[in-house]
Design a protein around this ligand. Structure first.
Ligand SMILES: [Mg+2]
Length: 509
């Protein structure tokens, strides 16, 4: 009976195809192809791919534009400090992880075996989401789709079928990810780990989850998340002291930093620094990077600013920091003076006391939300993002093997597009084979960035959730701030004219 049915269905299918072809003989002659013919098509396409020149390497020190930006219009340059001016070596991840892990055991009374869990570098990437309800770490794309193959419970990958069973869909509702702003901002079930300090934090979260699962210890994912966050967060003062005492071990040297600031000052630009870090820590790093007189470069220095509150709150007094007493003074701040260290305050006060408004200000930060989102959305400042991972991402893009895979993936996909409507058994067979090959190439291309989570910027062909936000809030982005030395202070950055889906296939280039 079952066999009969199958036969009948396939006969019906063939009849259907024949009737379509009968009506359109021209269609028949071009589309009914034997299996061999599909092999021929594949070979032809492959030969075209081999004859194509690979794209030129991407400049590792390039500054890339998401939006047009004319530096000649910018009179004021603002900077965040951590991971914008001061970039840290891998040692810092080990330090933060160890401090957080030990604090979990000592302060939060987690099992003492956790102290034996060591940090593994390059396991996580920034921009991942952690589901505080389900205890999963995963990567989302700009359409809020889960990138299958990047969902982890602890250090264990969750199979695709289980992911689909848990979420019932590959697309996650926006309220689940971002919360319902009309009800409560804390109604979201996911948190995104978007700064570089969160890379060791995510590993700690993953490895403790793994420990609990393997030892069948019941835990609440949200409590674990909050504890790990607090353990790492409360380790920052200790981290500041250790890094301050051993700057060479933790901060990447950058011999161009001083020249970078000198050039801006001699072009009559105003400079300011707004950082969440404390003065003693910033002072040591800046002295290491730019020399004892680093403060001379800046017209305004604000420490412990508590971003993003600094950018969002309406009133919070700006205070003066007394270096000798390591404390603040009670004086009312009515003007901003060069050489004085301020702390807290709001961007409104900064703007009112300096007259630095709108598109004349260009602010650089590494955090797309807490540094860049509000200044661009609320205050119309121009923005630059410093994304250290670009170095690794561009290195990967410049790898010849990767270029070939990317190129062939495109061509194979277009071949599949071309034949998908043939609807014959032979074409279906070819499609299945090619689809398998396509999946293999995509997996290879993902793993070359990071074995677990792939690229910070892409989930296969789509941009990640992280990069969509980045391109929305940053006018320009680059791997390190001193890359700007490769461009004049009057340079205009033009975004590439990207091709929209309904436009021409080529880029005219
Ligand atoms: Mg920062």
């Amino acid at each position: 009976m079952y066999v009969m049915n199958l036969k009948r269905i396939s006969n019906l299918f063939l009849q259907n195809i024949r009737s379509r072809f009968d009506k359109s003989p021209r269609f028949l002659s071009t589309t009914v192809l034997s299996t061999n013919k599909y092999d021929e098509l594949y070979k032809e396409r492959y030969a075209t791919f081999q004859s194509k020149k690979l794209p030129k390497n991407v400049n590792m020190h390039g500054v890339f534009a998401a939006n047009e930006l004319d530096l000649d219009e910018v009179n004021v340059y603002g900077f965040d400090y951590d991971y914008t001016i001061a970039c840290y070596k891998k040692n810092l991840n080990y330090l933060l992880y160890n401090l957080g892990r030990d604090s979990l055991v000592e302060r939060f009374k987690y099992p003492k075996e956790i102290k034996d869990l060591e940090y593994v570098p390059n396991y996580t990437i920034r921009g991942l989401h952690y589901d505080i309800e389900k205890g999963l770490l995963l990567k989302l794309d700009s359409f809020l789709q889960i990138q299958l193959g990047t969902v982890y419970r602890g250090l264990t990958p969750v199979p695709d079928e289980e992911v689909l069973r848990i979420y019932r869909n590959r697309i996650i509702p926006v309220k689940y990810v971002e919360g319902d702003k009309q009800i409560h901002s804390n109604s979201r079930k996911m948190v995104q780990l978007a700064d570089l300090f969160s890379v060791p934090e995510m590993y700690l979260l993953s490895t403790v989850t793994e420990f609990f699962n393997r030892n069948h210890i019941d835990y609440h994912p949200e409590i674990l998340f909050r504890d790990v966050q607090n353990a790492i967060g409360s380790s920052h003062p200790v981290m500041h002291r250790i890094v301050g005492d051993h700057v060479r071990e933790y901060i990447k040297e950058n011999s161009n930093m001083r020249r970078f600031f000198e050039r801006l000052v001699s072009a009559n630009k105003k400079l300011f620094l707004v950082t969440n870090s404390p003065f003693h820590f910033v002072n040591k790093g800046m002295t290491y990077l730019c020399g004892d007189d680093w403060r001379e470069f800046f017209d305004v220095i604000i420490v412990q600013a508590r971003k993003p509150k600094f950018f969002t709150e309406q009133s919070r007094p700006l205070r003066i920091y007394d270096e000798k007493l390591n404390s603040h003074t009670w004086d009312r701040v009515t003007k901003l003076e060069k050489g004085v260290i301020y702390y807290e305050g709001t961007v409104k006060t900064l703007q009112n006391l300096t007259g630095w408004y709108g598109h004349k200000v260009l602010y650089f930060g590494d955090h797309p939300y807490s540094d860049l989102a509000d200044v661009t959305l609320e205050h119309g400042w121009r923005t630059g993002a410093i994304i250290n991972e670009l170095t690794h991402e561009i290195e990967t893009l410049n790898n010849e093997e990767f270029k070939k895979n990317a190129n062939w993936l495109q061509m194979l996909t277009s071949l599949m597009e071309d034949i998908q409507d043939h609807e014959t058994f032979e074409s279906e067979e070819a499609l299945q084979k090619w689809s398998k090959e396509r999946d293999e190439i995509r997996m290879k291309m993902k793993k070359i960035f990071n074995s677990q989570f792939g690229s910070v910027f892409r989930t296969y062909h789509n941009p990640t959730y992280f990069s969509r936000r980045l391109f929305r809030f940053a006018d320009i982005y680059t791997s390190q701030i001193t890359n700007l030395l490769h461009y004049s202070v009057k340079h205009t950055f033009y975004p590439r004219r990207g091709v929209m889906p309904h436009e021409y296939l080529s880029y005219f280039m």
